[in-house]
Design a protein around this ligand. Sequence first.
Ligand code: URA
Length: 209
Amino acid sequence: MSKVFVCDHPLIQHKLTYIRDKNTTTKDFRELVDEVATLMAYEITREIPLERVEVETPVQRAECQIISGRMLGLIPILRAGLGMVDGILKLLPAAKVGHVGLYRDPDTLQPVEYYVKLPTDVQERELIVIDPMLATGGSANAAIDVLKKRDCSQIKLMCLIASPEGIRAVQEAHPDVDIYVAAVDEYLNEHGYIVPGLGDAGDRLFGTK
Ligand code: URA
């Protein structure tokens, strides 16, 4: 069973409160999501392996550590996932970015791919799938399926807010994918919104509502 890490750092929780607030402007919402993404990138990379190197300080040689050449990939799910990409790239500037676009078929209610563009060496990379609102888990599961179909195996999922239902769905479908969230909320309502949540993340990021 995969693990769920709740990034409960006070700075993340403080900013998340303003992200949730319906009176927060589009500009502030976007900036706060960007900042939380940077802070979450710090948490998600906590276990990244280091290797020893020697450097010459002005005083003497020192044995130090650097991150051992990891190849990372960020995979935002369109469109709300885009809002977290730049914040993560601030800490992981060498990561490549792939995009997965999905829509829900109105008849089957199943997610359908409409756009997939991935780094050519995607299967060699450690991937972070970005889905700010893990609601039913349908989109996250479909995006992870897209990656696994292309032989990707090292996948983490990063969300701002998750519902218990969404977490269960991802854990059942993808028990190898750890989930990083800033908060686990109460439940999904009959319209598919996370409660209390923050509303529609895409609309609030792009000012389309
Ligand atoms: N997507 C959102 O943007 N918000 C929700 O509450 C659920 C899904």
